[in-house]
Design a protein around this ligand. Structure first.
Ligand code: C5P
Length: 400
């Protein structure tokens, strides 16, 4: 899978930089073309001579060559690459990446890179556990970067804990898996609904809910990374999409979401209905802002919205897959199974609000996937990006 792939290897100032030599050797052996970009601190740990010999390419470190003034174009490099791997990635580099501090060639290359980026952190256990580092890593994940978690073990400080850069063969495997995965959903069209809906009361007020859209947006990114053409129907959220294969359609109300979903569904291979659609809307929408002084006590009369999931479940053809979500507070599995049947889903993703860190607004989620064959699989608490991968793997299993 790595044959003829163009890989930028970013190396930063960590003792684990010696492992970069093994990474280059393995990449080159597998037929990849490797361009090393090293930070000034990285050169204190491993020499450019070693790296250029192994990669068969001059190593880039500065914006231009001191010898002849040749400009190293980070833009060209970013466009050339099929993947960028930063291994080892120090806390400083991770912080700069998370905040766009483009003061060296590695960070400018990262910012110019349109290809997937893999980050393999390496640092002392306390630095890794620090909320600053964790928050920066979360930011990188939210931008669609792939974090290769460090393992636990003895560190350069002789302390034992989590912070050791993952071994080169594991890192290479992650890259290979990614390139295999990139084709799994190619030529497939996936429709995803995400976020809350807002149901207008008057021009300035609405009925909404706490859904952040993070789960649906993560699903869209993962499907696109696996080669699918994704249409994301998004309720009002403050998130952005990153992958070029995601077409985003913004809607506000359940009715608007319904109209888009039923229009687009016949063209798609699969739909994942992740949106927290309001079940009711006010029957009347006031044309002018409702004034407290004028009205005193008021009653809102609510009427039911259309169930998008049930509608698509009914429209579903033999070769189409529909997956939905359930959020239950009691008898969760039984209710989810009932919902799976009633809405004609192929599988349902259950999350319970009672689990710490799961559900609305959080970056983590804990789910159970139940399919129509009755197979029930529990997953541990994970980052929403990783949960998205589990869900999309289930979809892939049924779709291809
Ligand atoms: O019935 P309930 O709202 O619990 O069902 C949740 C599932 O149905 C989710 O997949 C959600 O996106 C979908 N749904 C929908 N349209 C509605 C209500 C729920 O698509 N009006």
């Amino acid at each position: 899978m790595l044959k003829d792939k163009n890989i930028i290897l970013g190396i930063t100032g960590s003792i684990a930089a010696y492992k970069a030599a093994y990474i280059i050797r393995a990449l080159v052996k597998k037929g990849a073309k490797v361009q090393v970009v090293i930070t000034p601190a990285g050169k204190e740990f491993i020499t450019p001579l070693t790296l250029s010999t192994l990669s068969r390419n001059p190593v880039i470190s500065e914006f231009f060559s001191n010898r002849d003034g040749t400009w190293n174009s980070h833009v060209d490099l970013g466009l050339w690459s099929d993947a960028m791997l930063i291994a080892p990635a120090t806390a400083a580099t991770i912080g700069k990446m998370a905040n766009g501090i483009a003061d060296n060639m590695l960070i400018t290359t990262y910012l110019s890179c349109k290809a997937p980026v893999f980050v393999a952190p390496a640092m002392d256990l306390d630095m890794f556990a620090h909320p600053t580092t964790q928050e920066n890593l979360d930011r990188l994940r939210s931008f669609g970067n792939h974090i290769i978690e460090p393992s636990e073990g003895e560190l350069a400080s002789h302390l034992i804990g989590k912070g050791r850069m993952e071994e080169p063969d594991v890192i290479i495997q992650r890259l290979e898996d990614f390139f295999v995965g990139q084709q799994e959903l190619s030529k497939k069209k996936v429709l995803i609904t995400a976020g809350p809906t807002y149901e207008k009361i008057d021009p300035v007020r609405f009925i909404g809910n706490y859904s952040s859209g993070k789960m649906g947006f993560a699903l869209a990114e993962v499907c696109a990374q696996k080669g699918a053409e994704v249409t994301l129907i998004a309720g009002p959220v403050s998130l952005s999409v990153h992958h070029p294969n995601i077409r985003r359609i913004d809607v506000e109300s359940a009715e608007e979401m319904y109209q888009q979903a039923v229009k687009l569904f016949p063209e798609t291979d699969a739909a994942i209905l992740c949106a927290a659609v309001a079940d009711y809307r006010p029957q009347e929408q006031a044309e002018e802002k409702i004034k407290r002084e004028a009205t005193g006590e008021i009653a809102l009369h609510l009427v039911p919205n259309k169930d998008i999931a049930a509608a698509l479940g009914k429209m579903k053809k033999k070769n189409q897959i529909v997956a939905g979500f359930a959020l239950e507070t009691q008898d969760a599995v039984a209710h989810a199974q009932e919902k799976l049947q009633r809405k004609n889903f192929d599988f349902i993703v259950l999350n319970t609000l009672t689990d710490e860190g799961a559900g609305f607004k959080h970056d983590t989620n804990k789910v159970t996937i139940i399919d129509k064959q009755g197979i029930i699989k529990d997953y541990p608490l994970k980052q929403k990006q990783t949960v998205a991968l589990d869900i999309v793997n289930k979809l892939t299993e049924l779709l291809v």
